[in-house]
Design a protein around this ligand. Structure first.
Ligand code: XMP
Length: 513
């Protein structure tokens, strides 16, 4: 494993992802972790991330010099580069000057790190102070107008670093440079592949589960689909997957789970048709948060009833629930390192008090793109693996106004057209999410043929994002927008207007409710 030491910037997760894209496993650890503890993990290399703009900033996180004892190769990025330079006897000049954004970098000596790269290329900078002299024994490799020493290496000791951010897409050749360090300087083996992940997880799940049975909730989303398929591969028919059809999915999605997914994975699936129950409780409700609460509550009720049925069938005890937790959730809740902690699940109401479930979370170490790769490896259809994130409350929070069967039918039809056209244009993977929203309580006047219409507007909300925390509206080709608009207004009788949402997040959220 490669440890990515997080000095507090948002870049640590990105670095960890890039390392894995180089097929080397990586884990994020806090900069407060003592060096002895890091070294005890026997990492193949350590990467020091970016952080505050200056090592002289009051309260700047400290680098434990023990990390640089020479037993493990180390790569410093931005702040990590400066911290490394300072700790090893180089000079970090308090220039007071800053460089932010795209900067031209000049290769002075290629060394191992920058071998065969163009002598000038553009990199993404974000720093205040700069390294003015490399530590003794190091070779200075590159410079920029604001950074006399912008990269260095000491291959004998396995040390290297760059002032810029090779992990961001705006830095040219960033991935190549990271791989030079990992492979040519640190000697890492590139074995982190989806086939290996599957094999390793299956062995772990078998060990954890023993002879018990397991229950999993399938939502139709990527994470639950992949985690369920992994557990199925590991323990076969001792797993029961429960799919609650709340009637708020998009066209074809419930069928995809019931047919294509089961055909691909062979999972034992229990489908609960709860459409009437959900619609009944949602009748007349317009407040978004109330909709969410009702859906959450009803989901738990239905799931518990299904669970009780599984428990009542003869067989070994049911001790585990599958959950599709991903690595970013683990990092954000502060549990970035260490073995998977297995939380016991106490709140499964309606079950005997002394019954405890443990969680199986086979995706805890993975990023979303890795989850998709694992899903492909397991043979899950692309229509499920490549699916955009979709909110649990489904189309209920994309109908502005009360939800009923007729409105769901209208929105489903418009949404299906949007998905068909976006897929046909080959744009699925460049869009993060593409909500289609029905303004069910708004009417607008239109004209169709010779007649006046009084229909509803539909809003297109395509967004680009890395993590849904922030987002920008996606600049879709006009031709695509035109096709979508023409088809929706021709094919969905109740809709006579198609509008485009051009708001970033913040201030707008991705969903309308
Ligand atoms: P917003 O609308 O807050 O959405 O920008 C951010 C991301 O979260 C999804 N989302 C939800 N997911 N239950 C969910 O499971 C919800 O109630 C919910 N609300 C929003 C949204 O689709 C986007 O990916």
């Amino acid at each position: 494993t490669v440890l990515v030491v997080d000095f507090g910037a948002q870049y640590a997760q990105l670095i960890a992802r890039r390392v894995r894209e180089a097929r080397v496993f990586s884990e994020i650890v806090p900069s407060t972790m003592p060096a002895a503890e890091m070294l005890a993990k026997k990492p193949a290399a350590i990467i020091l991330s970016g952080g505050p703009s200056s090592v002289y900033e009051p309260g700047a996180p400290q680098l434990d010099p023990g990390v640089l004892d020479g037993s493990v190769p180390v790569f410093g990025i931005c702040y990590g580069f400066q911290a490394m330079a300072a700790a090893l006897g180089g000079t970090v000049a308090r220039t007071g000057l800053s460089e932010f954004g795209r900067t031209e970098m000049q290769v002075d000596t290629a060394g191992t790190l920058l071998a065969d790269l163009p002598l000038r290329h553009r990199v993404w900078m974000s720093h205040g102070d700069a390294v003015s002299a490399a530590p003794g024994g190091f070779t200075a490799l590159a410079s920029t107008s604001g950074a006399p020493v912008a990269a260095f290496e000491h291959t004998g000791r396995g040390f290297a670093g760059v002032q810029w951010h090779p992990e961001v897409l705006h830095s040219e050749h960033g991935q190549a440079i990271l791989e030079r360090f990992l492979v040519d300087i640190a000697g890492c083996r590139q074995t982190w592949t989806s086939a290996n992940i599957v094999e390793e997880q299956i062995a772990l799940i078998r060990e954890q589960v023993g002879d018990s049975r397991v229950i999993s909730a399938l939502s139709g989303g990527v994470d639950s689909a992949v985690s369920t398929a992994l557990v199925q591969r590991a323990i076969g028919d001792r797993l029961t997957a429960v799919f609650v059809d709340h009637g708020l999915l998009r066209e074809g999605e419930a069928e995809q789970v019931e047919l294509d997914y089961v055909a691909a994975t062979g999972v034992d699936l229990k489908v609960v048709d709860a459409r009437e129950q959900f619609l009944g409780h949602l009748a007349g409700v317009t407040d978004p948060e109330t909709k969410r609460k009702i859906i959450g509550r009803e989901f738990i009720r239905v799931f518990e009833a299904a669970e009780a049925e599984v428990l009542a069938t003869p067989g070994p005890p049911v001790k585990f629930l599958v959950q599709g937790t991903l690595y970013p959730d683990v990092v954000e809740s502060g549990g970035g390192e260490g073995a998977a902690t297995i939380k016991s699940h106490h709140n499964v109401g309606g079950l005997p008090e002394d019954l405890e479930f443990s969680l199986i979370e086979p995706l805890r170490a993975l990023f979303k793109d890795e989850v998709r790769e694992v899903g492909r490896q397991l043979g899950i259809p692309e229509a499920i693996v490549g699916r955009h994130p979709f909110p649990g409350p489904g189309l209920a929070i994309r109908i502005v106004g009360a939800v009923d069967a007729d409105r769901l039918r209208i929105l489903r039809a418009a949404d299906a057209i949007v998905r068909q056209e976006t897929t046909a244009a080959g744009l699925d993977s460049s869009i993060w999410q593409f909500p289609v929203v029905l303004l069910a309580d708004v009417h607008s006047v239109g004209v169709q043929g010779d007649g006046r219409t009084y229909g509803h507007p539909v809003v297109l909300r395509p967004v680009s994002s890395e993590d849904a925390m922030t987002a920008d509206w996606t600049r879709l080709p006009y031709e695509l927008l035109e096709r979508i608009s023409t088809r929706i207004t021709n094919e969905v009788r109740e809709v006579n207007r198609v509008v485009l949402d051009v708001t970033s997040k913040p201030p707008g959220t991705i969903e309308w409710e």
